[in-house]
Design a protein around this ligand. Structure first.
Ligand code: URA
Length: 437
C-alpha cells in the first residue's frame, strides 16, 4: 500500500490494484473525486474497475470506496423529522431486484402505518427486473419527482414516500455504474455493495433492511454469492452508523401472480386489502417485521394492519400526496393472449428469469435508460409450482399494447415451465436466512 504523502496518479492506482495491492484511503478518494471531475479518463477508470473485479477489495477498501462515492454528492439529514413534536424514526428497505418484486408497494405504507417514516428512494427498471417507479407511474396522476422539501413534508405527514433519488445523491456512483454497464464490470461484490450502500447511506435513513435475492431471476443467482453480498452490505451500513440487516430470499420462481407494471399495482392492492398471493404476503410481512424491529417496535404485528385496513389507509394517503388518484382505474392492455400448458401433470418449476424476459419483451421494461415503458404490459401467471394442470389449461396471459411483441414473449416462455407426472411439489419458503452485523 502506498504512503499517504506519495503523489497519486491514475496509472499508479491502476497498477497497484493490478498487482493485487490494497489501495489506500487517499488513493481511493483521489481517484473517485478525479474521475467525477473528468481528470481521470473513462479508459483509466475502466481499467481500474476491471482490476477490482479480478483482484477484489478488502473491508477497509470497500468502506473507503463507499465513503468517496457518498462524498461526491449531498448527504441527506433526516434526523430532524418530527410528528406532533416527537422525533420520527426512519427505516428503509432495499431489494436487489427480482421478477414480480412489487413488495415496496404494500410494504412502505404498511410500515408507515405504525408511525415509522419510510423514505423509499427508488429507481426505474432495466432488463428483466421491473422498477418500482415504473409500476407506480401506472396510477393516473402519480408523480415520482418530489423536491427535498416535499419529501420531508410527506415523511412528517403521511410517513410513507416512494420517489426518485435526486441527481445529487452519490453522483460518482451514477457515472461509475454507467461505465460498469458497458465494460463488463458490474459483477463484483465489492462494487455492487458499495454502489447500493453509497446511495442508501447518502439518503439519510436511520435503519435499513436489505432483501438480497438469489436464484434464476436474481441479479446474483448463486446463494453463496448473494450471502456474501448481504454480509458486505450489512458491514458497510453498520460501519456507517446505519442499523442494517438483510434477508436472503428465493427468486427462482416469480413473486406472486403478476409481473409488469399496472398488473403488479393491482396485485399489491389485493395484499393491502388483506388478500393476495401467499408468497407476496409472506415476504411483505417478513420484511415489515424486520423493519419494525429496527424501529424499536418488535411487538408490533404487521398482519393486523393488512387485515384491519390501516395499511390501505396509509397507501391511499401516500398515493394522493404524490398527485395520484387512489380510486382511479388502472390501465388495461388492449391485447391479451393466453399461453397454455403443454402437458398434464404438476408444475415442478417456473423460471423467474424467463417470465421477467417475457414481461420485458411485452413492453413492461426497457433495454436502455430513458426508454418509455408500457404501463399496461405484463404477464399474469395462472398456475405456479405445486399446481396440477391439464394439457391446454391457461398458464399465462400476456398483456401488451403492441401485439407484434407477443411472439418474442412466447419464445421467452418456451422452456420456462417444467411439468412433471405423479409428483407432489411443495414450494419452499421465500425467506432462507437472516444476516445481521
Ligand atoms: N444496483 C446498484 O445500484 N448498483 C450495482 O452495482 C448493482 C445493482
Amino acid at each position: 500500500m502506498i504512503r499517504d504523502d506519495e503523489v497519486i496518479h491514475a496509472v499508479s492506482v491502476i497498477a497497484a490494484k493490478r498487482d493485487a495491492h490494497e489501495l489506500s484511503d487517499a488513493q481511493i478518494s483521489w481517484v473517485i473525486d478525479a474521475y467525477t471531475r473528468g481528470e481521470v479518463a473513462a479508459e483509466q477508470m475502466s481499467s481500474l474497475l476491471m482490476a477490482i473485479v479480478l483482484r477484489g477489495m478488502g473491508r477497509r477498501e470497500i468502506a473507503s470506496w463507499t465513503r468517496a462515492m457518498i462524498d461526491s454528492g449531498r448527504r441527506v439529514d433526516l434526523s430532524g423529522l418530527r410528528r406532533d413534536g416527537r422525533p420520527l424514526v426512519t427505516v428503509d428497505k432495499h431489494s436487489t431486484g427480482g421478477v414480480g418484486d412489487k413488495i415496496t408497494l404494500p410494504l412502505t405504507p404498511l410500515v408507515a402505518s405504525f408511525g415509522v417514516a419510510v423514505p423509499q428512494l427508488s429507481g426505474r427498471g432495466l432488463g428483466h427486473t421491473g422498477g418500482t417507479l415504473d409500476k407506480l407511474e401506472a396510477i393516473p396522476g402519480w408523480r415520482s419527482d418530489l423536491s427535498g422539501d416535499e419529501m420531508v413534508a410527506q415523511l412528517e405527514g403521511v410517513g410513507a414516500v416512494v420517489c426518485a433519488a435526486g441527481a445529487d445523491l452519490a453522483p460518482a456512483d451514477r457515472m461509475l455504474y454507467a461505465l460498469r454497464d458497458v465494460t463488463g464490470t458490474v459483477e463484483s461484490i465489492p462494487l455492487i455493495a458499495s454502489s447500493i450502500m453509497s446511495k442508501k447511506i447518502a439518503e439519510g435513513t436511520g435503519a435499513l433492511v436489505l432483501d438480497v435475492k438469489f436464484g434464476a431471476g436474481a441479479f446474483l443467482p448463486d446463494v453463496e454469492d448473494a450471502r456474501s453480498l448481504a454480509e458486505t452490505m450489512v458491514e458497510l451500513g453498520t460501519d456507517a452508523g446505519v442499523r442494517t440487516s438483510a434477508l436472503l430470499t428465493d427468486m427462482n420462481t416469480p413473486l406472486g401472480r403478476a409481473v409488469g407494471n399496472a398488473v403488479e399495482v393491482a396485485e399489491s392492492l389485493k395484499v393491502l386489502d388483506g388478500g393476495g398471493p401467499a408468497d407476496v404476503v409472506e415476504l411483505t410481512l417478513a420484511l415489515a417485521r424486520e423493519m419494525l424491529d429496527a424501529a424499536g417496535l418488535s411487538a408490533a404485528d404487521p398482519a393486523e394492519h393488512l387485515a384491519n385496513g390501516r395499511a390501505m389507509d396509509s397507501w391511499r394517503a401516500m398515493i394522493a400526496a404524490q398527485g395520484g388518484d387512489p380510486d382511479g382505474s388502472l390501465p388495461i392492455a388492449r391485447h391479451q393472449e393466453v399461453v397454455t400448458a403443454p402437458a398434464e401433470g404438476v408444475i415442478v418449476s417456473m423460471d423467474a428469469r424467463a417470465v421477467g424476459d417475457a414481461a420485458w419483451r411485452l413492453g413492461a421494461g426497457r433495454s436502455r435508460p430513458g426508454e418509455s415503458v408500457q404501463a399496461e404490459a405484463g404477464v399474469i401467471i395462472h398456475a405456479k409450482p405445486g399446481d396440477r394442470v391439464r394439457t391446454g389449461d391457461a398458464l399465462f396471459t400476456l398483456h401488451t399494447q403492441t401485439p407484434e411483441r407477443v411472439a418474442g414473449a412466447r419464445s421467452a416462455l418456451v422452456d420456462a415451465v417444467v411439468v412433471g407426472t405423479d409428483r407432489e411439489v411443495t414450494p419452499g419458503p421465500r425467506v432462507l436466512d437472516r444476516v445481521t452485523a
